[in-house]
Design a protein around this ligand. Structure first.
Ligand SMILES: [Zn+2]
Length: 322
């Protein structure tokens, strides 16, 4: 994959990424422009390295639900006498600081882990959390993806099979309800969205909805077309989120800050607008390179593309899934 051009970019990219990683608490993520990837510059390797020093920010939301930000995707935590319930596990390299953050919330043992989808920045910590006693729940496609070699073209990385102890063992196909710590949790499958394994988790009494990577608050999303994601699925997920929240719902995105309904609507509308522009180019017979050169995201980049995924990268991502 290394052309002279990409070699030249690599060092700058590495420095830029490490700088971004320093503010990982805001959900900083990899720019696919950097994914030219010799092995040691693969986003997966870089993100795992950055997680060794990432700060974990703890925010109490309401109803004994908190969020930990800074290691991979946002982690929701419900505390109480039945033991802690986590939604997503972060990156293993952050384990000492995640343990510290969890201990700052309560002394309850970790009893449940819900995996929002199969991606490593949400499931990397599954193994150690399971070793501490967490039973893992997820959509039935999560273990299907995690238990075999899985290639993610957009990350230029092939994941080896995860150890059996990292896999969810409580599985469902459409939806599932449970009651823990006096709180009803409702888990719902999106259908193919950002991957083919995405679910949301609603904490009913607190009215907090963790929507995982169906939403990147303020950023263009990465859409994993290698494992079932598409722009149309991402739009369906965004529309479903809008339909099920009220103005009072606290919404936890997979990446980015805690948000609300109006921000969900902005994200949805951006996805629809970019899809229309890229679709028109593709329908008109433009190649991927021509479509990127046409800058269909130009009017959106200042708001959505300045931080994580560039407009060009997002155009590429959308084009490939249409
Ligand atoms: Zn993801």
């Amino acid at each position: 994959m290394n052309t002279p051009d990409t070699k030249r970019i690599t060092e700058v990219s590495r420095r830029r990424f490490l700088a971004l990683a320093g503010v990982a608490a805001a959900g900083v993520w990899l720019n696919p422009r950097l994914m030219f990837a010799d092995d040691d510059t693969s986003p997966v390797i870089i993100i795992r390295k950055a997680a060794k020093t990432a700060t974990i920010n703890v925010t109490r939301l309401r109803g004994n639900v908190s969020v930990l930000e800074g290691s991979g995707g946002n982690i929701a935590v419900l505390t109480g006498p039945d033991g802690k319930v986590l939604v997503d596990a972060g990156i293993t390299a952050s384990r000492p600081r995640i343990i510290g953050a969890l201990a700052s919330l309560s002394d309850d043992p970790i009893k449940h882990l819900i995996s929002s989808h199969w991606h490593f920045d949400h499931t990397d910590g599954n193994e150690w959390l399971h070793s501490l006693g967490a039973e893992i729940t997820g959509h039935e496609n999560v273990p299907k993806r995690m238990s075999v070699n899985t290639r993610v073209e957009g990350w230029n990385f092939t994941f080896p099979p995860a150890p059996a102890s990292a896999l969810p063992t409580v599985l469902f196909s459409d939806e599932k309800s449970l009651e823990v710590n006096g709180t009803k949790l409702h888990l719902k499958y999106y259908g193919p969205c950002h991957t083919d394994s995405d679910i949301s988790v609603h904490f009913s009494e607190a009215d907090i909805l963790h929507v995982a990577d169906s939403w990147w608050n303020g950023y263009y999303p990465f859409i994993d077309y290698s494992t079932g994601g598409s722009i149309d699925g991402q739009i369906r997920g965004a529309a479903a989120n809008i339909a099920r929240v009220s103005d009072k719902t606290i919404v936890i995105p997979g990446h980015g800050s805690i948000g609300n309904k109006s921000q969900l609507i902005e994200f949805h509308d951006m996805l629809v607008a970019v899809r229309e522009k890229v679709s028109a180019l593709k329908t008109a017979g433009r190649t991927l390179e021509e479509a990127v050169a046409a800058k269909p995201t130009a009017n959106y980049d200042a708001k959505w593309g300045g931080f994580v995924i560039s407009g060009d990268a997002f155009t590429t991502n959308v084009y490939k899934t249409l």
